[in-house]
Design a binder for this molecule. Structure first.
Ligand code: G3P
Length: 221
């Protein structure tokens, strides 16, 4: 499976890339806007933070298919290997079809329904990103949407992968992996919760304390 961070925080990516088996970094317009740094500075800096390799994702802003395609071409030319995120609107679907013909990889984003996501995969998107927490926040079931989408892709568009996105809790993310999603992107706070449960640190401290109590120094002897 592929694990991504959903962020434009260069320092956090550098820190977590040392620890986590990261495949790359996803961004969206809100994430880049929050960083107050130009997209053209952020993307190379993220790649550097990943050690010069790894997959990057950035989203088009245009509202029409032709303009989305123009932006996608620019992104793809300026950042090698970049996957272009395209919102799965009617214009977005048209853009994804054109971009598939041009060999530019896409991710269908802003997915709130399984059928919507399937359409983007059939149009040629390599990845489909359902918004788990945002579906929950609307009173729906993000996980049920992901489960349906995962089954639909397995049956009808096996070349595409669910890249589950939008999380507030580690449990939401874990449920997506249990549903069989091939990729997931975590916000920093959720990624950190995976590896910093207080009970783990407490367990390690107890081992140290017991060892010191018996042998004095904290060495294997
Ligand atoms: O990048 C798209 C998705 O991850 C959005 O997440 O936390 O803004 O709902 P969020």
């Amino acid at each position: 499976m592929e694990l991504y961070l959903d962020t434009a925080d260069i320092h956090a990516v550098k820190r977590l890339a040392r620890v986590l088996p990261l495949q790359g970094v996803t961004t969206n317009p809100s994430i880049v806007a929050a960083s107050r740094t130009s997209l053209w500075e952020v993307l190379p800096a993220l790649r550097d933070a990943l050690g010069g390799e790894g997959k990057l994702f950035a989203q088009v802003l245009a509202a029409t298919a032709d303009q989305m395609v123009e932006e996608a071409v620019m992104l793809n030319q300026r950042v090698s290997g970049l996957v272009v995120k395209v919102p799965v609107t009617t214009e977005g679907l048209a853009a994804i079809k054109i971009l598939r013909g041009m060999g530019i990889p896409t991710l269908g984003t802003a997915v709130y329904g399984a059928a919507q996501g399937l359409l983007s995969a059939l149009a040629g998107a390599e990845y489909v990103a359902p918004y788990v927490n945002r579906v929950d926040a609307q009173g729906g079931s993000g996980i049920a949407t992901v489960q349906e989408l995962q089954r639909l892709l397995e049956m009808h568009a096996p070349q595409a992968k669910v890249l589950a996105a939008s999380f507030k809790t580690p449990r939401q993310a874990l449920d997506c992996l249990l549903a069989g999603c091939g990729a997931i992107t975590l916000p920093l706070d959720v990624a950190e919760q995976f590896i910093s449960a207080p009970a783990v640190q407490a367990a390690v401290e107890k081992f140290e304390c017991d060892w010191r109590g018996a042998f004095g120094a904290l060495t294997l002897g």
